[in-house]
Design a protein around this ligand. Structure first.
Ligand SMILES: [Mn+2]
Length: 430
């Protein structure tokens, strides 16, 4: 039995006060879904099994290149971060794994494993960092890493990724995510083809170091930190990389890494169709890579992404096994609250997508009935699935209302008393 950080008595009391209302809401929704030929318990069972990983860096307050405003009780190290992740997991029962970032989370792997398993947490994909310089680093990544003009710098970046794999092996991780900041700020600064060739050569070395049962995820991003061009700028380049590397290489889609209005759900469909969708970094955005909370700006787009995922799940798309992670920057909210609500938003989109009448949709598509086809999606999206999500949490030991339970437990005030305030530094994690 795993340890819990929030008192189970407090959670039980919280749930008792809300249980009768939830049961009524669940029964009423169940009746309405039954009329649509949907068994509510089957949807709830799927939601219970659905998990999204928490990135270790997400539990710290983020920032922008202008400033960072730390909150009280910020995690001091990876062990504090794991405890914060355990709180999120306990109250939502939706986040069974933590994704580590090396070197930020570097510690004795056996100690890390112990710290996580105490709370029943596992480890998701390992994340390497060659977009900033570590304190003890010999060569700088100012002008790139895996695509750097200097062979020594590329070698250093490759070695770092191989070290991430090594750490991950001890932890029981099964994937490496590579995102690079390589690119250029001025036209002419970089030869596009040469830089990409150097990147591919370096990635081939990393790929060769992957254990057989691991996957390699590459993440594209159209701009930032480089403002004119990036080496892995879009899903087309990402797809080329995955094709060039081999069967264990897949594309990771970060929802914030596209130009505004790009049809991300269509990218998702293409990657599924050609067996190269690795997974997601969920967040939301309005103007650029804003790293806002998942579902906070455009929940319909999140639903449309899940509509593609559920379609693939139900049709048994070959090799379909996406890894789900949140990747957000929490600048003005309590990161634990933001992450709990974001995990719930991801589950919500999944549950809504499960309600799509796919047979009817297919019929409307074949008959060119555009209006009814789109209404079929809207009918699913408009369904308030909160009782399903809350019932899934109640049955698995979570809280009916995770944020309310978290506030009732005064966790933030408690850790603020134990963890000294972190001085406000420069830019945070963007
Ligand atoms: Mn990301």
């Amino acid at each position: 039995m795993s340890e819990t950080i929030i008192s189970t008595n407090l959670v039980a009391k919280h749930n008792v006060a809300r249980k009768a209302d939830l049961e009524r809401d669940y029964a009423s929704l169940g009746e309405r879904l039954d009329r649509r030929g949907i068994a509510i318990d089957a949807i709830r069972d799927k939601v219970e099994k659905f998990g999204v990983a928490i990135p270790s860096w997400g539990v710290g307050t983020g920032g922008t290149r202008f400033a960072r405003f730390p909150g009280p009780g910020e995690p001091r190290d990876i062990f504090d971060k794991i405890e914060d992740c355990a709180v999120i997991s306990q109250l939502t029962q939706a986040t069974p794994t933590v994704s580590l970032h090396i070197p930020w989370d570097k510690a004795d792997p056996n100690r890390l494993k112990q710290a996580a398993s105490r709370f029943g947490l596992g480890f998701d994909a390992m994340n390497s960092n060659t977009f900033s310089d570590a304190t003890d680093q010999k060569l700088s990544y100012k002008f790139g890493s895996l695509s750097h003009a200097d062979a020594g710098t590329r070698r250093q970046a490759v070695e770092h990724n191989l070290e991430c794999i090594e750490i991950g092996r001890t932890l029981g991780s099964k994937a490496l995510t590579v995102w690079i900041g390589d690119g250029s700020n001025f036209p002419g600064q970089v030869n596009f083809a040469k830089a990409f060739e150097r990147y591919l050569d370096a990635m081939r070395e990393i790929y060769a170091g992957l254990p057989d049962d691991w996957r390699l995820f590459t993440e594209h991003k159209m701009y930032e930190p480089a403002f004119y061009s990036t080496v892995v700028q879009d899903w087309g380049t990402n797809y080329i990389i995955a094709r060039e590397l081999g069967d264990k290489a897949f594309c990771l889609v970060d929802l914030g890494h596209h130009a505004p209005n790009v049809n991300i759900e269509m990218i998702v469909s293409r990657l599924i169709q050609f067996g190269k969708l690795g997974g997601f970094h969920f967040n939301d955005s309005k103007y650029g890579d804003d790293d806002l909370d998942t579902g906070s700006i455009d929940p319909y787009r999140l639903f449309l992404v899940f509509n593609e995922l559920v379609d693939a799940e139900l049709s048994g798309a070959k090799g379909f096994n996406p890894a789900h992670m949140l990747d957000q920057s929490h600048n003005v909210t309590d990161p634990i609250e933001s992450l709990m609500l974001s995990a719930v938003e991801v589950q919500r989109a999944y549950a809504q997508a499960l309600l799509v009448d796919r047979k009817a949709l297919d019929g409307f598509q074949e008959a060119n009935d555009a209006l009814m086809a789109t209404q079929t999606l809207k009918t699913a999206y408009r369904t308030d699935v909160e009782p399903i999500l809350a019932m899934a949490r109640l049955r698995t030991g979570g809280a009916i209302d995770p944020v309310a339970a978290y506030r009732e437990a005064s966790y933030r005030a408690k850790v603020a008393a134990e963890r000294p305030a972190v001085a406000s530094g420069g830019g945070g994690i963007v």
